[in-house]
Design a binder for this molecule. Structure first.
Ligand SMILES: Nc1ncnc2c1ncn2[C@@H]1O[C@H](COP(=O)(O)OP(=O)(O)OP(=O)(O)O)[C@@H](O)[C@H]1O
Ligand SMILES: [Mg+2]
Length: 383
C-alpha cells in the first residue's frame, strides 16, 4: 500500500504536539508534506504549525477518528499511548510507524527488558516486584544498591528511585505505587559514562548516527557531546547492539537507545525510545540530515539521508525553565550575541522550573571551547 499521495500533499499524523512533534513537523513541512496533530490542549508546540490541529486524545473516539481520517499515515512522539489505540488505527487500514506490535514491546519497560534479554542484548540484571517481593530477596538477587522503576509512563526520571537500604525501599515503593501500579527492580549500574545512539530504519535501509555522551542532571538529560570520546571497540559494540535492539522489536522509523558504559569497556542497554530523542537534537545542525528529517523519510519509506557529522564536534544543552511564567525567552539579544549558537525555543505557552523549554547546539572543531561556550550561554538565557 503506497502511502505517498500523488494528487495532493501527503498528511503525516503525529500523536502528540510537544517539541519532538514540532521538530518532526518542521522537517515534514520542509519536504512538502502536511501534518495533522492530535494533542489535548490548543496551541501546543506542534499544533500551532498546522491547521489540521485536533484537540483531544485517543480515548475520545470522535476526535480520534477525525484525526485518523485526516492522516495518510501516523507516527508518534512518545511511547505512552496504549498500543491498543494504535491497533485501532491499524484496524481502520492506516499504518502506524513504528507499529502497535513494536510499541507493545517497548511501553512496558519490564517487557522491553525481557524482550532484549531474550534476544541476547545486554541489559542490567532486573526482576519483577509485586506485593510479595521482599527487600531481602531483591538485595540477594541484585545487591544492596538497586533502582526501583515503574514499568510504564516513566520519563525524565519520574518513576525511578534508587534504593540503598530497607527504609529507602519501603519509602520508595510507597511513593512509586501512588502513581504507578506496576514496578520492577534493576541492579544499580556503576557506569563511567552514559552513551546514546540514534538508529533509523526503513524496509530497505538501516543507519546509525554517531554515538554521543549524555550527561543527566537530576535524571534529566542536560548535556550531549557528539561524538562520544570512546574507543573503537566500544563504538563497534554500541552500533551492533543498537541495530540488534531495533531488529529485536521489529522497529521501523527512528529510535534512540540509551547505554551505560562500564569500567571494563562493556556496555549495557538502559532503554530504547521509539521516536526522535532528546540526545539526537544535535543532529539538526551537526549532521548532514537530522534525526527529524530521517524519521519523516522513514515513516514514508523514502531513501534515508547521510547521518554523518558535518563538523568534528557538537554540544547540545537543554534549556530548562528557570522560573514559572510565560514560555518566552526574556533576553533574546543577550541569548543571540554569540554568532555560532543555534537557539531552539519550543513555543510552549508556559514555562515552569525544570521544564524542557528549548535547547542550544554549538558545532565546531574545538570541543573544550564549544562546551565552555554552551555552558556560559545556558547560564545567560532566561526562559
Ligand atoms: N540501573 C541503573 N543504574 C544506575 N543509574 C540508573 C539506572 N537506571 C537509571 N539510571 C539513571 O537514571 C537516569 C534516568 O533513567 P531512565 O532512563 O530509566 O528513566 P526515564 O524516566 O526513562 O528517563 P528519560 O526520560 O530521561 O530517559 C538514567 O539516565 C541514569 O542516569
Ligand atoms: Mg532514559
Amino acid at each position: 500500500m503506497a502511502v505517498l499521495r500523488k494528487d495532493r500533499n501527503t498528511v503525516i499524523g503525529i500523536l502528540g504536539g510537544g517539541q519532538l512533534a514540532r521538530m518532526s513537523a518542521m522537517q515534514a513541512i520542509q519536504l512538502g508534506f502536511d501534518v495533522a496533530i492530535l494533542e489535548k490542549e490548543k496551541k501546543s508546540p506542534a499544533g500551532i504549525l498546522t491547521k489540521k490541529e485536533f484537540i483531544g486524545w485517543v480515548d475520545q473516539k470522535k476526535i480520534f477518528d477525525e484525526f485518523i481520517e485526516a492522516s495518510d499515515i501516523i507516527t508518534l512522539e512518545n511511547e505512552f499511548i496504549d498500543y491498543k489505540y494504535l491497533e485501532y488505527i491499524e484496524n481502520k487500514g492506516k499504518k502506524v510507524i513504528p507499529d502497535s506490535k513494536t510499541i507493545s514491546l517497548i511501553q512496558d519497560k519490564f517487557i522491553q527488558k525481557t524482550t532484549f534479554q531474550n534476544s541476547g542484548i545486554p541489559v542490567p540484571k532486573f526482576l519483577n516486584v509485586n506485593e510479595t517481593t521482599t527487600y531481602e530477596f531483591i538485595k540477594s538477587e541484585l545487591g544492596s544498591k538497586f533502582v526501583l522503576k515503574s514499568k510504564k509512563m516513566g520519563y525524565d526520571g519520574y518513576g525511578n528511585a534508587t534504593v540503598k537500604n530497607k527504609s529507602e525501599f519501603t519509602e520508595a515503593l510507597q511513593r512509586l505505587s501512588e502513581r504507578h501500579t506496576e514496578i520492577y527492580a534493576e541492579k544499580f549500574v556503576p557506569f563511567v559514562k552514559e552513551l546514546a545512539i540514534m538508529v533509523v530504519r526503513t524496509k530497505k535501509e538501516i543507519k546509525t548516527y554517531p554515538i554521543v555522551e549524555t550527561i543527566q542532571k537530576n535524571h534529566i538529560c542536560h548535556t550531549v557531546i557528539a561524538p562520544a570520546r570512546v574507543n573503537e571497540k566500544i563504538i563497534r559494540s554500541v552500533n551492533e547492539i543498537a541495530v540488534e535492539a531495533v531488529r529485536s522489536i521489529n522497529g521501523f522509523g527512528i529510535f534512540g537507545i540509551e547505554f551505560f558504559l562500564l569500567e571494563d569497556d562493556s556496555v549495557l542497554v538502559n532503554e530504547i525510545a521509539p521516536r526522535p530523542h532528546n540526545t539526537g537534537h544535535y543532529t539538526i545542525e551537526a549532521c548532514t540530515i537530522s534525526q527529524f528529517e530521517n524519521h519523516i523519510r522513514a515513516v514514508l519509506d523514502l531513501p534515508l539521508g547521510n547521518t554523518e557529522l558535518v563538523q568534528p564536534y557538537a554540544v547540545m544543552i537543554n534549556l530548562l525553565g528557570k522560573r514559572n511564567g510565560v514560555g518566552v525567552v526574556q533576553n533574546y539579544s543577550e541569548a543571540l550575541k554569540s554568532n555560532n549558537v543555534h537557539l531552539h525555543i519550543y513555543g510552549k505557552a508556559e514555562s515552569r522550573i525544570g521544564r524542557k523549554m528549548g535547547h542550544i547546539t554549538i558545532i565546531g572543531s574545538d570541543l573544550n571551547k564549544i562546551l565552555l561556550q554552551a555552558k556560559k550561554i545556558e547560564k545567560q538565557i532566561i526562559i
